[in-house]
Design a binder for this molecule. Sequence first.
Ligand code: CIR
Length: 272
Amino acid sequence: MSSENPMESSYTFTHAIVRIPGTNFAEGLTSVDFGIPDYPTVRLQHSAYIAALKTACGLQVTVLPADDSYPDGTFVEDTAIVTPHFAVMTRPGAASRAGEVSAMEDTIRAHFQTVYSITEPGTLDGGDICDAGDTFFIGISHRTNEEGAHQLASILESNGYRAVMVDIRGMKNILHLKSGIAYIGDQRLVMWQDFAEMACFNDYEKIITLPEENYAANCIRINEHILIPADYDHLADQLETRGYSLIPLVMEEFQKMDGGLSCLSLRFFKEP
Ligand code: CIR
């Protein structure tokens, strides 16, 4: 397994970091009205997620303890951008989530020698960053501002990556860029119809979700598998037809808080 092929580095992973949801998980931010999460069920769904990372995907998983200071803290993806060679600590756009970054920093520094940071007045959530090999798509959203996006772009470009901005501020019902697109390797992107006409995605095969399956666009390729929310059959068929091995996971409790599969982990490659 190698991290050096840039197209594979987006999904070739050895490690992941997760955080157990806190008992006040239901007090986090949400824009949807799907009911209040049931904490025991949250924990069961989170345990199944960790088991999929460990057992099916073969990752070494660092499980951080619950931290009731941050009800959204289980959505660790938003706190850092991780590449095979460096990490970037973010600066989340929601005030209630600002402290999550320092709570994550020691763990990131234990794994990465080179750690950059997004600084004021930049804001940036990891959920807005889609790693597609040698290209990173950077969503400019209601969480990630232009300053934060430009700071990340210059860090990426100085390390040999291409950075492409995708402005989603005018789109409805989308929190982060990766709520609506996922890179699954093989020059393929899963995406909402809303993204299909954007020229920046022309070089990719586009796998379009049905509007009623848009939640499932937040799927994650990990090594030989794709984790996908359970019960999104149209997308599952499209992926299976292309030969992917799927791991369906029930995500309903996280969906109630605007969370998807990618949000629940930081995934990266380290030489053994
Ligand atoms: C929030 O609104 O920040 C959390 N309730 C959900 C964050 C989801 N994170 C992600 O998509 N990367």
